[in-house]
Design a protein around this ligand. Structure first.
Ligand code: HEM
Length: 185
């Protein structure tokens, strides 16, 4: 099904493209404060639980890669905008093929820095900035160092490829689920 002549990164991107497209379509362009608030509450719920899970089950800092965390900035954005966080439960993704699965989850968090640049531009007209309400987006857009470090680790991955793809798709689905909850609470 996947073209094995492609790099692991290309194959991973291909395997998760539908999940990314559907998440992007769900979030949509962030043109109003209401849309942004919904996105922010959903993303905070997703990131805080996923970053906690990765802290225990994921990769540790290695070589040029220190996994990027933005849950603190997201929480500050929530406070700036006087929003109430969604209630969350810890993630339970089990121990199956832990290392490859977790690397797939890392991919979703690290790769989101690429889209952050676009979102920074979208939300500027709403008065959101690196000092107010959109700290997490600027933190991601400011540097691609962590993404590049992650890619270096990914390129050496020799584990279970199906588990890698499953981890990434599971994380994308969890993000979509959190966005859905934010839209309904
Ligand atoms: C409306 C919101 C979003 C927009 C507009 C957006 C847009 C983008 C864009 C333009 C790229 C770069 C694609 C490329 O270089 O070919 C990208 C990559 C990526 N985004 Fe998003 N994104 C959004 C939301 C998200 C969210 C919420 C997540 C994670 C939960 C995410 C995860 C990723 C990942 C993992 C990649 C890396 C794909 C790759 O090149 O391998 N995105 N996004």
């Amino acid at each position: 099904m996947y073209d094995s002549s492609l790099s692991i990164r290309r194959r991973l991107k291909q395997a998760t493209e539908p999940a990314h497209a559907s998440l992007e379509a769900r979030i949509g362009p962030l043109t109003t404060q209401i849309e942004y608030n919904e996105y922010l509450r959903g993303l905070y719920a997703f990131r805080s639980t996923t970053e906690d899970w990765l802290f225990t089950n994921g990769a540790k800092a290695t070589g040029t890669w220190t996994p990027q965390t933005i849950a603190r900035e997201l929480h500050e954005d929530i406070i700036d905008l006087a929003l109430t966080p969604l209630s969350v439960s810890p993630v339970d993704w089990g121990p199956a093929a832990r290392e490859s699965f977790a690397l797939g989850v890392h991919y979703v968090l690290e790769g989101s820095a690429l889209g952050a640049r676009i979102l920074c531009k979208q939300v500027e007209p709403l008065g959101l900035s690196r000092e107010h309400g959109a700290r997490h987006l600027w933190a991601q857009a400011e540097t691609l160092e962590s993404w590049r470090g992650f890619l270096a680790v990914l390129s050496e991955h020799e584990g279970d490829e199906d588990a890698l793809f499953a981890g990434a798709n599971t994380a994308f689905n969890a993000a979509a689920g959190a966005m859905e909850r934010a839209a309904n609470v």
